[in-house]
Design a protein around this ligand. Structure first.
Ligand SMILES: [Zn+2]
Length: 382
């Protein structure tokens, strides 16, 4: 096993590499920009001499990229799948106001923590394993997707396809605040609820109208009442739009609802309640669109197996890693229902994801990369 000290000498290089990737701004909805970053990643992967690199073309998102290293028997499945995404939430041009910079042991800049440093961590772990002859005789695949920040619709076939046949899936999202890995994640759903009423002049013909906002007020109170902290279920109405003029009763009102659940049964229960919303005002109607976009990832036996391996590696490195979870979803959520051992949050420490204060903690890079390298090189199947 390679020590944390071995990776200390890689840190300057990792910071420079992360800067180079972050320089290639790659917001999910800008195909040209994302693909330009992808070209660099393909070259980085090719440098590690994979068996093959698969480019999964996407019409209106960046192309997805998969690199495969077969084992000595030529197998590409049954081994380790490492999952990263290279899209960010930051629009092109953010670098002008939020330049890449190192301050107090932190690298600041758009997308550095979520998750370009994690991609560099992956590339570095693999490069050093090769250089030090610690590459395990198991199939390894690296999946780098282009749309995790929007919904992963363009990459889901790869996540599920690789996840199904993998022995172990490592998701490189950032670590929890205290450095722990993520062994559970809530399922995430988004819903659009629309109430329909009848427009009228609210001065001259008030009695003829059905106020869609008044109807929505009833619906919002009910939707919010479904939150149950004990179960880990939360619903939040976070966007609303209605109305055309102050003297006109609106005939439609629309809200967007964010749902988080801990397990699949609870998810189905809440989805059914939302789709069963019934109007409270005479003459009003309600329509509902939406579903769980990411299934829950509860702490299951296969995940406990994956954590036990990572934990053992961290203890051997002298820096035991804790476990925790989050209400946010990631692509690991799609792997969990397949029953494949998966662990998330193997990326570095940092803070401010999705904000102008996003940074990666440079002092965590050596330890986290050593842990990833050990997790890969010492795994022989469960
Ligand atoms: Zn991310």
């Amino acid at each position: 096993m390679l020590s944390i000290a071995r990776f200390q000498s890689e840190v300057d290089h990792m910071v420079a590499h992360t800067k180079a990737l972050a320089q290639l701004e790659s917001p999910s909805n800008n195909k040209a920009a994302v693909d330009a970053c992808g070209q660099r990643l393909i070259a980085d992967l090719q440098a590690l001499k994979p068996t093959r690199v698969e480019i999964d073309p996407q019409p209106d998102r960046g192309d997805n990229i998969v690199a495969h290293w077969a084992d000595s028997a030529g197998n590409e499945t049954g081994g380790i799948v490492i999952m990263c995404h290279y899209d960010t939430v930051h629009p092109v041009g953010m670098l002008a106001t939020n330049p890449l910079r190192v301050e107090d042991g932190r690298l600041y800049g758009p997308g550095v923590w979520d998750m370009k440093a994690s991609i560099v961590q992956t590339l570095t772990a693999l490069r050093v394993l090769k250089a030090e002859n610690k590459w395990p005789d198991v199939p390894i695949s690296v999946l780098i997707t282009s749309d995790e920040e929007i919904n992963s619709h363009g990459s889901l076939h790869l996540i599920e396809g690789l996840g199904k046949t993998a022995g172990l899936v490592l998701c490189m999202e950032p670590a929890l605040d205290d450095g722990a890995v993520k062994v559970w994640r809530k399922g995430v759903g988004q819903f659009r609820v629309t109430t329909h009423g009848k427009a009228t002049h609210s001065g001259s013909h008030h009695q003829l109208g059905v106020n869609a906002i008044a109807e929505m007020a009833h619906q919002i109170a009910y939707i919010e009442s479904l939150t149950d902290y004990e179960k880990g279920t939360t619903l939040s109405v976070n966007m609303i739009s209605a109305g055309t003029a102050v003297n006109t009763m609106p005939d439609t009102c629309t809200v967007d609802v964010d749902l988080r659940v801990m397990d699949a049964v609870e998810g189905q229960r809440i989805v059914a309640l939302l789709h069963g919303l019934t109007p409270q005002l005479a003459g009003a109607s309600v329509t509902v669109e939406g579903d769980l976009d990411r299934p829950p990832m509860p702490y299951s036996d296969p995940i406990a197996q994956a954590y036990a391996h990572v934990r053992a590696m961290s203890e051997a490195l002298g820096d035991p890693v804790g476990k925790g979870g989050t209400g946010g979803g990631s692509d690991a959520n799609f792997v969990a229902p397949l029953g494949t051992p998966v662990i998330c949050g193997l990326g570095p420490l940092g803070a401010g994801a999705h904000t102008p204060t996003e940074y990666v903690d440079i002092t965590s890079l050596a330890g986290k990369t050593a842990l990833l390298a050990a997790t890969i090189s010492e795994w022989r199947g469960f």
